[in-house]
Write a protein that binds this ligand. Structure first.
Ligand SMILES: O=C(O)[C@H](O)COP(=O)(O)O
Length: 325
C-alpha cells in the first residue's frame, strides 16, 4: 500500500548538502528540475528503497559527487504537423484543434528523421496538435521508450499517475505540457480565414500581424508578447536541463517556436520577420559551452554520416545499431 511521505519526513532522510535541493522520485525518469521542485509529497511503497535523491539545479554549484550527464546536449524543435485549421487556412492561435491526416503523416515522418537522436525529456504545449505531434514522432524513435505526459496539476494527479516500476520508468520519457509554449494568441483573428482577412484589411497589414515582432493582431499577442512567456519558460525550465546534459525535444507552434529560435539564433526583430517554420519539420541544435549551434534539419536514418554532427551523437547512434541488431 503506498504511503504518502511528507516533506518533513523526506527532509530528515535526504543526504545533507549545502545546495538547494528538492525532492523527486529517485528514478531514471528525468523529471524536470522545476517540476521536481513542486513534488513535495511523494509516494513510497514499503518495497521501494528510499525515494530521495536531491535534485541538482545546474545553475547552482554542483558538488563533485554529482556530475553533469554530459557537457553537450541535443535540442530538437518541431512545429506541429498540419492542423485542421491550417488546412482550412484559418487563424488558429490558442484554439485547440487536432491534426489532419497529412499532419499525422508529417509527425510520423518527423519521428523518422529524429529517430537516432537522443531524447531524455519532451516539452510540448497544452494544445493537442503539438502533443499529438510529439507522441506520434516518438513512435518512430529507435530508443523505443514510452513518452509519458506528467500530470502535476494537482497532488492527486501526481500520486494517481505514479509509475511503480523502476524498470518501466527506465523505459519512459517524461513529457511536460506547458501553456507557456502555446501558439501566440491571435486575438480577434482566431477562426477567420487568412485570405479573406487579407482582402479585408490589406496584405501588408495581415503580414505585419502575422510576422512582425512588435505589432499584435487585434486584441491578440504580438510575437514579442509571446516571447515574453515562451522564451522565459525556455530559459527557466528547458535550458537548465540542457545544461545538465539532458537531451530535449520541443513540439510546439509556428510562433512560439519563432520566438525561441529568435533567442537561440540571436535574431533581430527585423530578421525574425522573415523566419518561417514549416509544419512537422524538425530542427536540431547542439547545446555546448552555454552556446546553441544550429545543425539544420536531420534527414533520418538514410544518411549515416549526417548523424555524426558530433561524436556523442555518432556514439549514440552506434549504440542503437548495436542493441537493435
Ligand atoms: O495560429 C495559426 O494560425 C498558425 O499556427 C500560425 O499562423 P501564422 O503562420 O499565420 O502565424
Amino acid at each position: 500500500m503506498a504511503t504518502v511521505v511528507s516533506q518533513q519526513a523526506i527532509t530528515s532522510q535526504r543526504p545533507s548538502s549545502n545546495f538547494k535541493a528538492s525532492h523527486f522520485l529517485k528514478e531514471p525518469l528525468n523529471v524536470p528540475i522545476k517540476l521536481r521542485q513542486k513534488q513535495f509529497k511523494i509516494q513510497a511503497t514499503a518495497s521501494q528503497a528510499p525515494l530521495l535523491d536531491p535534485v541538482l539545479s545546474p545553475s547552482k554549484t554542483i558538488p563533485q559527487s554529482y556530475k553533469k550527464k554530459s557537457n553537450e546536449a541535443s535540442l530538437i524543435l518541431i512545429r506541429h504537423g498540419e492542423s485542421l485549421w491550417n488546412e482550412k487556412n484559418l487563424f488558429t492561435g490558442c484554439v485547440d484543434v487536432p491534426l489532419t491526416e497529412k499532419g499525422v503523416a508529417e509527425a510520423i515522418q518527423a519521428g523518422k528523421r529524429i529517430s537516432n537522436i537522443p531524447v531524455d525529456l519532451i516539452f510540448t504545449s497544452s494544445l493537442i496538435r503539438a502533443q499529438m505531434t510529439a507522441m506520434l514522432a516518438m513512435t518512430q524513435h529507435r530508443c523505443k521508450k514510452v513518452p509519458i505526459i506528467l500530470h502535476d496539476e494537482s497532488e492527486k494527479a501526481q500520486t494517481w499517475s505514479h509509475v511503480f516500476s523502476e524498470e518501466t520508468r527506465k523505459q519512459s520519457i517524461p513529457v511536460i505540457a506547458a501553456w507557456q509554449l502555446n501558439e501566440r494568441m491571435y486575438g480577434e483573428l482566431q477562426g477567420l480565414n487568412k485570405e479573406e482577412t487579407a482582402e479585408r484589411y490589406g496584405t501588408q497589414q495581415v503580414h505585419e500581424w502575422r510576422r512582425s515582432y512588435h505589432i499584435p493582431p487585434p486584441k491578440g499577442e504580438s510575437l514579442e508578447m509571446c516571447a515574453e512567456r515562451a522564451v522565459a519558460y525556455f530559459e527557466d525550465n528547458i535550458q537548465p536541463e540542457l545544461a545538465f546534459g539532458n537531451n530535449v525535444l520541443i513540439a510546439a507552434h509556428g510562433n512560439s517556436l519563432r520566438s525561441i529560435i529568435m533567442y537561440l539564433d540571436k535574431l533581430t526583430s527585423q530578421e525574425v520577420t522573415s523566419l518561417e517554420l514549416s509544419t512537422g519539420l524538425p530542427l536540431l541544435y547542439i547545446f555546448k559551452d552555454r552556446k546553441f549551434m544550429r545543425r539544420g534539419s536531420p534527414v533520418g536514418p538514410t544518411e549515416a554520416g549526417v548523424y555524426a554532427y558530433t561524436k556523442r551523437l555518432a556514439q549514440y547512434r552506434q549504440k542503437l545499431d548495436e542493441t537493435l541488431t
